[in-house]
Design a protein around this ligand. Structure first.
Ligand code: PLP
Length: 309
């Protein structure tokens, strides 16, 4: 087990709660749902972003004078990282897709308050965020910086997701989580390979953007050679693309919040829970299966979204 001193310093509330969830949904196979509330790990640091950043922040070299990372204008990753950086006294240089300088989102306003510097880049430049040549230029500009990829999805993210599995109080037949940059799902899959549950627990990702093939490659690319193939991604629940939504989805999020005190946002967790409701109704899970839904947090990103009446 890691010492996790940084987490203590940041008052990360590990382990996060794990509780049964019994919505009044069509459930012909009598499936038992549980929720792992990583949204409650910290009031500001978004759940799965903490998990993914934990090891990278613990292993920063002493020479590190800055962290550089990438995200959109509402990025939960940039928000979480900027808060951690302020607490750790390390400047964050955030490379943001699109020019929000005239009208910064609540997320961008927060990170400016926390002392991050922001570099707005256009779509074309942003597309180079994984290119070795572009990254080399950044290294030349900032020789002692540590570069963390978009979403915090890198090899070091896997260990933090394993922390989440280590907190579980029982074994599950399925673990479900949303997928965008892939680190969360890869970490769950990899964490399971280190336990006997690799064979008995299946992992299902819910793609939150249009990315059949692409998302699978992101996840596989993060996995070390691993014998665990008990996973797949569902692609029917992206609602047209990343951060795309419908009134029905917004209403669903609001209803779950009101009926079950379960705060959801429509970009990630709303799509996950919606997918689960549909999959239960279809009866695709064997009778009496035990399913864990990972609530990955992300509520800050929804601050500006208008809910229907
Ligand atoms: C970033 C994020 C995800 C997606 O996780 P990936 O590791 O990028 O696939 C899911 N949920 C929330 C709340 C997020 O902020």
């Amino acid at each position: 087990m890691p010492t996790n001193n940084i987490g203590k310093g940041l008052h990360i509330a590990c382990p996060s709660p794990e509780h049964p969830f019994t919505p009044a949904w069509t459930n012909p196979n009598n499936i038992n749902l549980w929720v792992k509330r990583d949204d409650l790990l910290h009031p500001i640091i978004s759940g799965n972003k903490w998990r993914k950043l934990r090891q990278a922040l613990e292993q920063l070299p002493g020479s590190c004078d800055r962290i550089i990372s990438f995200g959109g204008g509402y990025s939960n990753h940039i928000h979480a990282l900027a808060f951690c950086c302020q607490k750790l006294g390390i400047p964050l240089h955030a490379i943001i897709r699109g020019d929000y300088s005239a009208n910064p989102s609540p997320m961008l306003q927060d990170i400016q308050t926390w002392g991050s510097t922001i570099e707005y880049v256009n779509k074309l430049t942003y597309q180079q965020r994984h290119d070795p040549a572009y990254l080399q230029q950044l290294e030349q500009r900032y020789p002692d910086a540590v570069i963390i990829p978009e979403g915090g999805s890198q090899q070091q993210a896997l260990a933090g997701m394993a922390d989440m599995l280590g907190e579980l109080t029982q074994t599950y037949d399925y673990i479900l989580a949303p997928v965008a940059s892939g680190g969360t799902l890869a970490g769950i899959i990899h964490g399971l390979t280190q336990t006997v549950d690799c064979q008995s627990t299946k992992v299902i990702g819910i793609g939150v953007l249009k990315g059949q093939g692409y998302l699978e490659n992101l996840v596989s690319g993060l996995l070390p050679l691993s014998p665990c193939t008990n996973w797949h991604i569902e692609h029917d629940f992206h609602f047209g693309g990343y951060a795309k939504s419908t009134d029905a989805l917004l209403q669903f999020c609001q209803d779950l919040n009101q009926q079950y005190q379960l705060p959801l946002e429509p970009v990630y967790s709303g799509k996950l829970f919606w997918a689960v409701r549909e999959l239960l109704a279809k009866g695709i899970f064997p009778p009496n299966s035990k399913i864990l839904l990972l609530h990955t947090g992300g509520l800050q990103g929804a601050r500006k979204l208008v809910l229907p009446d």
